[in-house]
Design a protein around this ligand. Sequence first.
Ligand code: CTP
Ligand code: MN
Ligand code: MN
Length: 511
Amino acid sequence: MIPLKRRKVSLTVSQQNDTCRFPHLSIFILERKMGTSRRAFLTRLGRSKGFRIKETYSSSITHIVSENNSGDEVQAWLDNQTGRDTNDTSSSVCLLDIRWFTESMEAGHPVTVQDRHTLQVKPKPNIDPNAMLMKSYACQRRTPLKHHNSFLTDALEILAQNAEYNDNEGRSVAFRRAASVLKALPHRVKSMEDLRSLPCLGEHSQRVIKEILEDGSSREVESTRRSEQYQAMKALTGIFGVGVRTADRWFREGLRSPDDLIRTGQQLNRAQQAGVQYYDDLQKPVTKAEADVISDIVEKAVHAVLPGAEIQLMGGFRRGKEVGHDVDFLITHPEEGKEEGLMPKITNWLEEQGLLLYQKTTRNSYLEKMDGPARAPNNMDRFERCFSIFKLQASAESCTSNSTASVQDVSTGSETERHSDQHSEASDWRAVRVDLVVSPYSQFAFATLGWTGSKLFERELRRWAGQEKHMSLSSHALYDSKQNLYLRAKTEEEIFAYLGLEFIPPSERNA
Ligand code: CTP
Ligand code: MN
Ligand code: MN
């Protein structure tokens, strides 16, 4: 800091022959706005009176004396020295005005530090270090399955769901992003202060959160939850094979539930027929134990028709969920090409065993040449894949869920018609939704990443790729628009690396 020539001067000044009479004190005089010669003079003066005055700043300094500087200026200088980003209240150094020094010189001993001696430093906003670290894309963050803010995220997700029912995707995603940020927080939100500097919290989300924090619930959320439209849309889109458009049309025609569809003899496609038929079973969450039983079945089926094929559990269960709405599998074979036409063989085998209640297979329609970058974001469903409903025999685990189901059936009542062609309540099997996907080996890493979810995590990955990296990510490939080439990857880790992202393991992709 001090030019060499001047330092020499101050070194001659610093002959330490004056004895130190106040060993608990270690003073540093700030040269800033004071100048070298005055500083040298004050240093000589202090030392002659037995004060310890240091030439350089170090952590042993107890008093910093300055002239014509504000407290904030001295604090800023100090932060610069210590490389600290303030806020550190542990540092106990006194920031003093020159008056304390001159009064002490007059008194011949250090005078008691009083308010008028102390430089005032504006308190820094109390920024939560976790909030500071919160990145704005969900794929940059770790989101565990279990978090501390369900009381807020459940509410925001109801609004997200409702926006989806109203075909307002932008609004829905905004609520989901807000909820996702709260899922990544390492603590429970206690006040609006906790939300300061968090990304993705729009004005509307903040209003809802504030109301819940203050009143325990949000009127908007509660009235949405109770609304006829929300409940009907939930019931109707809950039918396998029914999307928002169809449900909305039915709602506007006055239909509210699967029973209404039967009663009014609605035209249903094959998927929707199965959806209505197995509605109650498919409403019941699939347990991990049931998913494991189905894994065994799928493995048996796949190995019976293609030995050497590899099967991986995907979706929510790969992220560590204990229940899901279905079970997802990804299938491949290390010898590229062997997987072609595999799905019909698997479904035939399953059908022969009487294990399928419904299935619809779509063949692989992905062609890199044609589907290339321009269409990449839309080709999530271009693999050979199968939406199915399995007939799962009750095992020890699923017996329990069957008995709770019977209770539910009784309580909702009036389901006789729907149940007449379904299995009886005492039945020893249940219907379970299963998704099967077949991927060529060379695309397996992309398919794995794309089918692990969560849906928001996937969406954010693609947004990150496009907006931040000029790349286009799908479940098939990663295309670099700047280099005009496809980036090959054998593992998920490599894909994260291409995207310049820290690897997030599946259990922390619960955005
Ligand atoms: N997926 C997809 N294309 C679809 C449907 C789903 O690529 N048409 C992907 C989603 O991106 C998701 C994964 O498949 O990552 C699993 O989807 P889904 O089974 O709907 O959700 P889960 O996360 O498994 O949740 P749940 O437990 O409710 O099944
Ligand atoms: Mn799933
Ligand atoms: Mn699925």
